[in-house]
Design a protein around this ligand. Structure first.
Ligand code: NAP
Length: 235
């Protein structure tokens, strides 16, 4: 195997989302084979790689369901990397957050990351692969003072950050490198629609974020593990 991504099998959760599309595109340019679980019966129409030979889509995979996650990972051959972009966002004053809404944020961000990391690690340990895991936390996950008005989201992304560092420590001896990126605001169509008066030039482009993630998952990254990489743009 070369020191590139050519021919390497990489899972990209949330691969049909905004950041996911950019990450899958960057990995395909480098010759990777991308395995993309999708919660629905078909990929969304905006996903540009449905017919790509090196994109293996799996439908009806709810990543907060342990059995579905295990079944999905069990059919990925020779897993090299696992990138966990599946997640969600919610804002509400703390006194209005229902218990179920808090649990939903923890499921969407923290549980999906835990279950996918665990399945990827099981696969890598079984094959002896010194692979790569990349999670996505958020600026508020590293700096909770920025989490006012989004307490449940902040807690769930802080959990992702903590898990990333703890897993990196635990897996040192096996050569599996675990890192996360922490974006502030990504320049996505959804964010532009939600914040039309914002200065978009201060946000992080999807291509820039994808490039950082592609580095962390690559064999070129030989030493970085347990890092939480701020992607803050000019904000
Ligand atoms: N956008 C930002 O400014 C920003 C900032 C900081 C961090 N982040 C994080 O970056 C990641 C990507 O963000 P994005 O803007 O690309 O979001 P996005 O477009 O909403 O993509 C997220 C993807 O995750 C999938 N997903 C969520 N829960 C899932 C589950 N239980 N099972 C399977 N798939 C699931 C979604 O599927 P559906 O199609 O079903 O929704 C969607 O495809 C997220 O973790 C987000 O929290 C984003």
């Amino acid at each position: 195997m070369t020191e590139t991504l050519e021919g390497r099998h990489i899972v990209v959760t949330g691969g049909t989302g905004a950041l996911g599309g950019a990450v899958v595109g960057r990995l395909l340019e480098q010759g990777a084979i991308c395995h993309v679980p999708n919660a629905h019966a078909a990929a969304p129409q905006h996903f540009p790689f449905t017919a790509h030979d090196n994109v293996k889509l799996a439908h009806n995979v709810d990543l907060s369901d342990s059995a579905k996650v295990e079944a999905f990972y069990s059919q990925v051959p020779a897993l090299w990397g696992s990138i966990h972009l599946a997640g969600g966002f919610a804002m509400a004053p703390v006194e209005k957050i229902e218990s179920a809404s808090f649990a939903e944020m923890m499921d969407t961000n923290a549980r999906t990351t835990f279950l996918c990391s665990r399945a990827a690690i099981r696969s890598m340990l079984a094959s002896g692969s010194a692979g790569r895991i990349v999670n996505v936390t958020a600026r508020a996950g590293l700096d909770p003072r920025r989490g006012a008005g989004m307490v449940a989201y902040t807690a769930s992304k802080a959990a992702v950050a903590a898990m990333t560092v703890a897993m990196a420590e635990e897996l040192k001896a096996n050569g599996i490198l675990v890192n996360a990126v922490a974006p502030s605001t990504l320049d996505t169509p959804a964010n532009r629609a939600d914040m039309p008066d914002a200065d978009f030039t201060k946000w992080v482009s999807l291509e820039a974020a994808a490039e950082s993630i592609a580095y962390l998952v690559s064999p070129t990254n030989r030493a970085m593990s347990g890092t939480l990489v701020p992607l803050y743009g000019r904000a």
